[in-house]
Ligand binder design. Sequence first.
Ligand SMILES: Cc1cc2nc3c(=O)[nH]c(=O)nc-3n(C[C@H](O)[C@H](O)[C@H](O)COP(=O)(O)OP(=O)(O)OC[C@H]3O[C@@H](n4cnc5c(N)ncnc54)[C@H](O)[C@@H]3O)c2cc1C
Length: 103
Amino acid sequence: MSENKLKVAIIGAGLGGLAVAIALDPNINAQVYDKAHQLRPVGADLSLFPNGLNTMGAIAPGIVETLIKAGSPTRMVNLQKSIGEIIGSQPEFEDWLYNYKLF
Ligand SMILES: Cc1cc2nc3c(=O)[nH]c(=O)nc-3n(C[C@H](O)[C@H](O)[C@H](O)COP(=O)(O)OP(=O)(O)OC[C@H]3O[C@@H](n4cnc5c(N)ncnc54)[C@H](O)[C@@H]3O)c2cc1C
């Protein structure tokens, strides 16, 4: 049975490649390949942008609510030079465009 499944090779196990692998129909046999020998966490935080949250909600219903409970909304984003001078600020992101704020 499973050998009749459509086979798909996804090159790159980054956010895009893994999202495609999760979003594909389970009847498709997807293999993810990456040039890295090992995938490991880098210990950084992750900002979830409203358009990305919308896409995640479409791929995996319910996941956005779980993520929102685990995270916290971004209150302010500053763009600054390496010497610390702030050259731009974006206060709280509005949620009218994609239903969600920046997390
Ligand atoms: C420091 C930093 C912080 C960031 N923070 C955020 C954030 O908080 N929120 C956010 O939304 N975005 C953030 N981004 C942007 C986000 O990381 C990228 O938009 C996203 O990773 C792009 O996804 P991707 O799948 O296209 O590429 P990647 O995630 O870069 O994945 C590409 C993968 O393909 C593999 N690859 C490349 N060439 C080959 C090859 N020839 N054969 C096999 N495998 C290959 C690579 O090893 C890699 O694993 C950040 C980026 C950086 C650099």
